[in-house]
Design a protein around this ligand. Structure first.
Ligand code: SF4
Length: 957
């Protein structure tokens, strides 16, 4: 009798043979998106990585990077053991040491600093996903010189959002993918929130919603958009203000929304020259005032009965004149200089297109408005039977942010959203918990600590006015990166890109130790890369001491930065440790729910490496930092990071994880420590999510149910309504200070600049590098992140390298033809600052005034355990060599950072260049730096293979 089908089937073509003997859930770290993954293991090795279909971030979707996590895990570039530098800095000569020696050395260095002056330690991290820990560690150590990479990345986006709508795009808010009908995407390449955006765009496409991508380059999301607007870099703010002009002119604004939920009706004092000019008129209780059309009287803005006016000059009881913020705003943007015809040449977008975009956005907001049959109660107790939907959504990212005008551009975009009533209404942009937060956020940056003491608060925060700046009596910066000084007052993420230069220059003071984690400061995390390398390795002529006396570095891989460290603390991979994706940091919430997650060790390290977070906690305990030791001086978290994740309380009931709190594990948000919390997370696929209650999911800034829920969860301290800010009184306070008012005023050299750029309404100005109109550098040069790579980690990954093994300079065909450049030609790219030689490729989908390349592909020869002749170092390149970290000297010699004047965000998309056909053919991109010696690493096979051992045995015949 014939056997049944399954026994007859050839095992080699069976479709569902088990491939693994164990599956572990954890969270991806191949980019910032933090998707849920299932790691399939076979005989203790990774068989493959699968997206977790239950996970709220990715719903099973896994990108190329996520799949290639296998090759990250088995990379020959992984560091193996702690290292002590034995050759000169930069030589790459190291000796492997034991952890005890490494930790004792770090404790000796750091302990002496803390006893002397804690701010002599600068702790800066790169794409660290444990900032809730690293920032708190800095607080306990007592150094205000702490930040992650936000100042180099997109702080303009974050700060503009938080100072305007109490939230931001990025991964802190999302379009209403289910309901929006018109979606404007500004400056977004593959980036943060990668898989959610892909999933969302798929939904929009499925529903036939229109996607408009505004981006100088047509790749990725722009390539699948219904319309691509190839704008000139740095002019997005002007385009947005022209859209504002058009919708104001057409009267297509949501006046009810503006009156009810924004400060548009708040009366602004009009008393030119007075100390209160431009501030809000306030009552005795401090509440802002509005003109009530119903009672024809001035009343408190919080009066629920008022019908606030948006226009009209009023007399305050004391005789001062005041006008609503809306009127000031409308007067400004109705000016013909914002008309489409006036901005078309500057933006490179035809006036007819700008007009049509405004019509389309307004059409979606008003003609396609809809109601959700969802009753709700607002923060003033008013009952609403339905929720009004405005199906126009916007999203933006680094492309508009990394300019010297990025802060105001981001604010302009939020203004446009508010005018259309399109912030957290159905169909529009939606906050993700714990946002929205009060405006500005309550936490202010802490000043320096005394020797041996912790800071009084966190090192990063949000100034509310000039009095919150971190400057000394002479008005000089107190932080090494100049954050929160008059040069960068709202530097909410610190300024990673200024640390090396200032530490080298010893300005404003000498630091002793630069402690870096995952920050490739000698290569792709630096502007002005060649000089940065010199600064890291330079000695003081008189003393012979390195100008930056000590550098401690922690990373999992042999990046270019390793060669410049004195002490290297090798980290694990993301699959070998516990991690905490916390609501105290950068959570994985979505607009319908709050969520957080963990990583759990999927594999045991096969090297003598330790999780950086464990090391930090161990150092904290050895240094006896408050918070890291108990009353008897014993380690408070002897189980290191997992112990901290479970048992640390930032305040009573609030810990790193919000799920399964309380002694019985039933509390969410706030609750007592649950010793079984990590086990619960592991049982639940390593994530927790709590749905926002029905009726609380829109209008979150003024929704009683949401505000009460958010307070109960610990996201906000008070359940007061959050009023969106079309007009920023905070910015006006800085401007008044620059005009000579108040006790805290900028020094003379900064006055003009603060007065110019601290405008309470969004402004647009040419990016600094372009503002002199020089014809010598007629092109913009920008970078984009490819879909298949995140940062410099990616281009040492054997699978991802096969997708992007080298990069080229992409030039518009017409521009290339004008320079007689053809595909594959070598070209010189010249900026004010430097020159590189690279290979060119031509394309249509790029703004003709713009050249671009993929970022972070170029590698320094010898780094990352790549073959010294690897394509990444031979033909790959960085444009960082062309970017100066400083602007040209001003009168008197002072050089501002090449950065936004409000937040200090690095302006690396401001770069201007010219291109020239290379005089002679070459095969190697320039500049080319001598290879540093490699630290001791695993042997590097000439071809890196993985997976052959899992092949089924050849069938016996
Ligand atoms: S989008 Fe990012 S986090 Fe998600 S799978 Fe890809 S690399 Fe991993």
């Amino acid at each position: 009798m014939p056997d049944s089908g399954s026994q007859q089937r050839d095992p080699e073509i069976a479709k569902s043979v088990p491939v693994s003997d164990e599956v572990k859930y954890t969270t991806c770290y191949m980019c910032a998106c933090r998707c849920g993954i299932k790691v399939h293991l076979k005989d203790g090795s990774i068989r493959y990585i699968e997206g977790n279909r239950d996970h709220p971030v990715n719903r099973g979707v896994l990108c190329a990077k996520g799949s290639a996590g296998i090759m990250q895990q088995y990379s020959p570039a992984r560091l193996r053991k702690p290292l002590k530098r034995v050759g000169p800095r930069g030589s790459g000569e190291f000796q492997e040491i034991e952890w005890e020696e490494a930790l004792a050395t770090a404790v000796e260095w750091l302990g002496a600093i803390r006893a002397r002056d804690p701010k002599e330690l600068a702790l800066f991290t790169g794409r660290d996903q444990s900032q809730a820990l690293t920032g708190w560690w800095a607080t306990q150590f007592g150094t205000l010189n702490y930040a992650a990479h936000g100042g180099f990345c997109s702080v303009n986006m974050a700060a503009a959002g938080l100072y305007t709508i109490g939230g931001s795009f990025w991964e802190f808010g999302e379009p209403d993918w289910e309901r929006t009908k018109y979606f404007l995407l500004f400056g977004v390449a593959e980036d943060h929130d990668s898989n959610p955006i892909k999933l969302g765009l798929g939904k929009l496409k499925g529903r036939g919603a229109k996607i408009v991508s505004i981006n100088p380059v047509r790749t990725g999301y722009s390539a699948i958009a219904d319309e691509w607007i190839g704008i000139r870099p740095g002019t997005d703010g002007l385009l947005v203000l022209a859209l504002v002009h058009e919708i104001l002119r057409a009267g297509k604004i949501d006046a009810d929304y503006l009156a009810a939920y924004t400060n548009a009706p708040w009366l602004v004092i009009d008393a030119e020259g007075a100390a209160d000019h431009g501030l809000f008129a306030r009552g005795a209780d401090g509440a802002a005032l509005v003109w009530d059309r119903k009672r024809a009287a001035i009343v408190s803005a919080s009066d629920a009965e008022a019908l606030p006016a948006l226009t009209g000059e009023r007399r305050l009881p004391d005789g001062r004149r005041a006008v609503p913020a809306f009127e000031l705003m409308a007067r400004r943007y109705l000016d013909p200089r914002f008309a489409p015809d006036a901005v078309a040449a500057e933006t490179g977008v035809p006036a007819s297109t700008i007009k049509r975009l405004a019509v389309e956005a307004a059409h979606a907001a008003f003609n396609e408005a809809f109601v959700l049959d969802q009753p709700w109660t607002d923060a003033h107790g008013r009952r609403h039977a339905t929720m009004l939907g405005r199906p126009v959504a916007m999203h933006a990212m680094r492309g508009i942010s990394a300019h010297s005008n990025g802060f105001h551009t981001c604010r302009a975009l939020h203004l446009l959203q508010m005018l259309l009533g399109a912030v957290d209404t159905p169909g529009s942009f939606r906050y993700e918990p714990p946002y929205p937060r009060p405006i500005p956020p309550a936490i202010k940056p802490a000043g320096p600590a005394e020797a041996g003491k912790p800071l009084a608060g966190p090192p990063l925060g949000f100034p509310h006015g000039p009095e919150d700046l971190l400057v000394d009596a002479a008005r000089k910066p107190l932080r090494i990166d100049r954050a929160y000084s008059w040069e960068a007052p709202l530097a909410a993420h610190g300024l990673l890109h200024l640390v090396v230069r200032n530490a080298w220059k010893r300005d404003p003071y000498r630091i002793d130790t630069l402690f870096l984690y995952m920050a490739n400061m000698s290569w792709n995390s630096a502007m002005n890369t060649a000089e940065t390398m010199q600064m890291l390795a330079e000695r003081d002529e008189a003393s012979g001491e390195y100008r930056i006396p000590r550098i401690i570095y922690s990373d999992a891989y042999a990046s270019e930065m390793v060669a410049y460290a004195d002490l290297v603390l090798p980290d694990t991979t993301y699959l070998e440790r516990y991690d905490c994706i916390s609501l105290l940091d950068r959570p994985i919430s979505d607009s319908d729910g709050a969520a957080d997650a963990i990583r759990q060790p999927v594999l045991k390290p096969d090297r003598d490496v330790r999780p950086f977070q464990d090391v930090l906690i161990e150092l904290g305990a050895r240094l006896k930092l408050p918070g890291f030791v108990d009353a008897e001086g014993k380690p408070k978290y002897p189980g290191l990071y997992p112990d901290y994740i479970v048992n640390h309380e930032r305040r009573p009931g609030m810990g790193p994880l919000a799920g399964w709190r309380g002694s019985d594990g039933t509390a969410e948000g706030l609750g007592a420590v649950n010793p079984q919390q990590l086990e619960r997370y592991v049982e639940h696929q390593c994530f927790w999510r709590a749905e926002i209650p029905e009726g609380a999911r829109f209008y979150k800034f003024a929704n009683r149910a949401y505000l009460d829920w958010a307070k109960a969860m610990g996201f906000i301290d008070r359940a007061d309504p959050i009023v969106l800010q079309i007009y920023s009184e905070t910015l006006q306070k800085f401007r008044l200070a620059a005009q000579g008012h108040g006790a805290a005023q900028p020094p003379p050299e900064h006055r003009e600049r603060v007065a110019a750029y601290f405008d309470p309404l969004p402004i647009w100005y040419r990016p600094f590098e372009e503002s002199d109109g020089s014809a010598d550098y007629p092109l913009h040069a920008i970078t984009q992140r490819p879909a298949a790579m995140y940062h410099s980690w990616g281009s040492q990954n054997a699978w991802l390298r096969q997708i992007h093994g080298e990069n080229a300079l992409y030039i518009h065909r017409a521009t290339a033809a004008a320079h007689e450049i053809a595909d594959g030609d070598w070209v010189s790219v010249v900026s004010r600052h430097g020159r590189i030689a690279v290979r060119a490729k031509t394309m249509e989908g790029v703004n003709p005034d713009t050249v671009w390349t993929w970022n972070a592909i170029g590698k320094r020869s010898g780094a990352w355990n790549l073959d010294p002749k690897a394509a990444e170092s031979q033909r790959g390149f960085l444009v960082n060599h062309l970017i100066s970290d400083l602007l040209p000297p001003r009168e008197g010699g002072y050089r501002y950072a090449n950065a936004d004047p409000v937040t200090g965000q690095a302006a690396w998309y401001d770069l201007r260049v010219r291109i020239e056909k290379a005089p002679a053919p070459t095969q190697v991109s320039e500049p080319h730096f001598a290879a540093a010696a490699s630290p001791p690493l695993a042997a590097r096979p000439s071809i890196l293979r993985y997976g052959a051992k899992f092949r089924p045995q050849a069938k016996k015949t």
